[in-house]
Design a protein around this ligand. Structure first.
Ligand code: COA
Length: 336
């Protein structure tokens, strides 16, 4: 039986390092508050003029090189982001043009922090049914251009960073080697208003009109809005449930997991989820310390960093889990 596997990974982050102290000079916050509540010490910000598809290119090139292939071998691109270059066309198109891959189909995945898992599930399905053989999955975000760095926006602004990650998904025979064993996806749109950016509200006619002025967006709709406590609670519950679902589907227990690469929402969320599922702390990857929450990029970035640290090795059973705006959430089991 045909299965899919991750045969290459890559990541890229912009050069500018922004430490907690740097944010404290812009808003009423402190290194102590941020570290204590989130685990984050620093993050990267892209300069003005740089867009999401641009930072995705070096990550994708690294993943292709890691898989030992070139962009000419790719027959499908899946691009996950919540910070697209434009409202339309999708960032998959602008990315594909930058990569010089005309004619290759592209699909945009708009599932926020769970975007990488939705893309992985889609790649896995296409590869298993034989429609596509080499799928380039990309998760990339530029958050720093769309956050409120005043004290009003501090609950959100301290959490997020810019970055890109990519994975190459290719076919393999089901003979017990590296493979995607299962992906489990969920969503509950009843919580859409708990974490959202309303700047494009198509119910307004014309859509940028407010109080009779065309082109004016009310301040509260310009920046991401978040109910931090609600997101925190649902993230812990959702990721924990999705991991239990994954273990049950594969007839495994937490003791069978060699490495846990969670989406990096908050270090306290990752720690709580691991504790509830029974995954020991030394098996959990925390890239959030140096990069903040990079949304759709965080899982492929976490895989890259774990491998760089010698923590991700062939044959390992790797658990993935994510939660994000929507709400969307899910899990996956990958044999490396
Ligand atoms: N610096 C200093 N103080 C801050 C702050 C910041 N960056 N952000 C918020 N505060 C203040 C609040 O205004 C509040 O002050 P008050 O008590 O005077 O009203 C106080 O800190 C406590 O706020 P609260 O929201 O209760 O803190 P918290 O312990 O819930 O932590 C988050 C806030 C955002 C860190 C936390 O809710 C969280 O991580 N939620 C999940 C967010 C997430 O993961 N989002 C992405 C999902 S993919």
């Amino acid at each position: 039986m045909l299965r899919s596997r991750i045969s290459g990974i890559g990541m890229y982050v912009p050069e500018e390092v922004v430490r907690n102290e740097d944010l404290a000079s812009l808003m009423d916050t402190s290194d102590e508050w941020i570290v204590q509540r989130t685990g984050i010490r620093e993050r990267r910000f892209a300069p003005a003029g740089v867009c999401t598809s641009e930072i995705a290119v070096p990550a994708a090139q690294a993943a292709l090189a890691d898989a030992g292939i070139s962009s000419a071998d790719v027959d499908l691109v899946l691009f996950a982001t919540l910070s697209p270059d434009f409202h339309f066309p999708g960032t998959g198109c602008t990315f594909q043009a930058r990569m010089g891959m005309p004619g290759v189909p592209v699909m945009d995945i708009r599932n926020q922090c769970t975007g990488f898992l939705y893309a992985l599930a889609t790649a896995d399905a296409f590869v298993r049914i034989g429609t596509y053989r080499t799928v380039l999955v990309v998760g990339a975000e530029i958050h720093s251009h769309a956050m409120d760095f005043s004290t009003t926006g501090r609950d959100v602004a301290v959490l997020f960073g810019d970055g890109a990650g990519a994975a190459v998904v290719t076919p393999t025979l089901d003979t017990g080697g590296p493979r995607v064993r299962s992906v489990h996806l969920h969503a509950d749109g009843r919580h859409a208003d708990a974490l959202r950016l309303r700047v494009w509200d198509i119910s307004r006619k014309p859509y940028l009109q407010h109080e009779g002025q065309v082109g004016v967006v009310p301040p509260e709709e310009r920046w991401p809005e978040m109910n931090g406590r609600e997101v925190f609670r649902h993230a812990v519950e959702g990721m924990t449930a999705a991991l239990h679902e994954m273990l049950e589907a594969n007839a495994l227990t937490a003791a069978d997991i060699d490495l846990f690469v969670p989406h990096q929402a908050n270090m306290r969320i990752s720690e709580l989820v691991a504790r509830r599922v029974g995954i020991p702390p030394d098996k959990v990857v925390h890239s959030i310390v140096d990069y903040g929450n990079t949304t759709a990029a965080s899982i492929p970035m976490g895989l890259c960093l774990a491998r760089e640290q010698g923590r991700l090795r062939p044959g390992m059973r790797v658990a993935l889990a994510a939660f994000g705006s929507g709400f969307t959430w899910g899990s996956a089991l990958v044999v490396w």
